[in-house]
Design a protein around this ligand. Structure first.
Ligand SMILES: [Zn+2]
Length: 105
């Protein structure tokens, strides 16, 4: 049996990948419905991540982070950038494996 993914806001199961928004909040990656995210979370940007980990903005951030992570290898920029960039890419990967992969498109 497939494990259900429940929205952390309304506690109802999330059925499709399109409905899913994963958000990094309180040191944990949390799944929400897209509507729940838009209704209740966007205003609380001080307490939760102000953008979802998945979806187009998340993919764009992960891509930019991936490029940034490699930059210090070829320039004099601090290697800390590699660590931060890698963490963002890993978080994006974790969101995919933990939540998105289990949902139909
Ligand atoms: Zn919900």
């Amino acid at each position: 049996m497939k494990k259900e993914i429940n929205c952390e806001s309304c506690l109802m199961p999330i059925k499709a990948r399109e409905e899913l928004r994963t958000v990094w909040a309180f040191f944990k990656l949390r799944p929400y419905h897209r509507s729940c995210y838009e209704n209740s979370l966007k205003g609380a940007a001080l307490f939760v991540g102000n953008q979802p980990v998945n979806g187009f903005p998340g993919n764009f951030t992960a891509l930019a982070a991936f490029v940034l992570a490699w930059t210090p290898l070829f320039t004099d920029i601090t290697p800390a950038l590699s660590i931060v960039g890698s963490l963002i890419v890993l978080l994006r990967l974790y969101s995919f494996l933990r939540f998105e992969k289990q949902l139909p498109q």
